[in-house]
Design a protein. Structure first.
Length: 267
């Protein structure tokens, strides 16, 4: 039955990723927290295991998304190269920081992050600033470091952070989204490796894990979310964009609120 829940989580995450244009990590992490808790995994490793597994699944989905955007000329590889080292460094540091935070506090932090993304989607807009000169390579690398660090702690591909930065930097929305999709790959690889490494000596992990990465969960969710993202993308072209954005914002309010309340011991 555990594998069935992995498949369901992957299907929901895939559809949401295709529908809303935001990486499935914001769905996968809370789903895995609930699944692992329901199956009585040790409470002190549940959140870390959910984040590490989520980052591993994003490796697969980001490759798919990056390829699709690149075919349409939507990836600015010059900017990606400037940000990539920072993304890797930030993700590795983020994995190390997350390993030092206890599970409940980490849930609360992720809940706050989801609520902030929800508020951004519901009440703010990422306005294009076309014609603005790009910031220096140092600023781009610094932004990559900050985005990588936060993304690794939250278990996401960083799109909700990278797209606003690239819009602010002067890229049109399509290039911002495409370049953000490419930036998700170094975040996911470095973050997943970091969680696998920092969790390798943890004694009470369940069977079938490499550090804080649950292998069967990674495989099931990756395959199903990869397939279902196409369904979500098809639906996205049939439904109003503003409605989709509001719907996802409301979903994140619910998810973030529940994680926050659970993390601080209210639930």
């Amino acid at each position: 039955m555990l594998y069935v829940w992995f498949v369901i989580a992957g299907a929901v995450a895939g559809v949401c990723a295709g529908l809303f244009g935001v990486g499935g990590g914001l769905i996968i992490v809370p789903a895995l927290v609930w699944i692992f808790t329901a199956y009585h995994f040790p409470p002190d490793v549940v959140t870390h295991l959910a984040i590490g597994t989520s980052l591993a699944t994003i490796i697969i989905t980001s490759i798919s998304s990056m390829s699709a955007h690149n075919k349409r000329g939507g990836v600015r590889w010059d900017i990606w190269r400037n940000m990539a080292l920072g993304l890797v460094i930030g993700s590795l540091v983020g994995a190390g920081v997350a390993e030092m935070i206890d599970g409940k506090s980490l849930q609360a932090i992720i809940g706050v992050g989801a609520l902030l993304v929800a508020i951004n989607m519901l009440f703010m807009s990422n306005k294009e600033q076309l014609g603005k000169p790009m910031p220096s390579k140092g600023v781009q690398m610094g932004a990559g470091t900050g985005i990588g660090l936060a993304s690794a702690i939250f278990g996401i591909g960083g799109g909700s952070l990278t797209v606003p930065f690239l819009n602010w930097a002067g890229l049109p929305m399509k290039q911002s989204v495409g370049t953000s999709a490419a930036c998700g790959l170094p975040i996911a690889i470095a973050g997943a490796l970091g969680f696998a490494w920092f969790g390798k000596n943890v004694e009470n992990l369940p069977a079938g894990t490499i550090g804080f990465v649950h292998i069967s969960g990674f495989l099931c969710i990756s395959v199903v979310s990869f397939m279902m993202a196409k369904v979500g993308a098809k639906l996205a072209h049939q439904l109003p964009a503003a409605t989709l954005k509001r719907a996802f914002g409301v979903l994140l309010l619910f998810v973030g609120g529940q994680l926050l309340l659970n993390g601080i011991g209210v639930l």
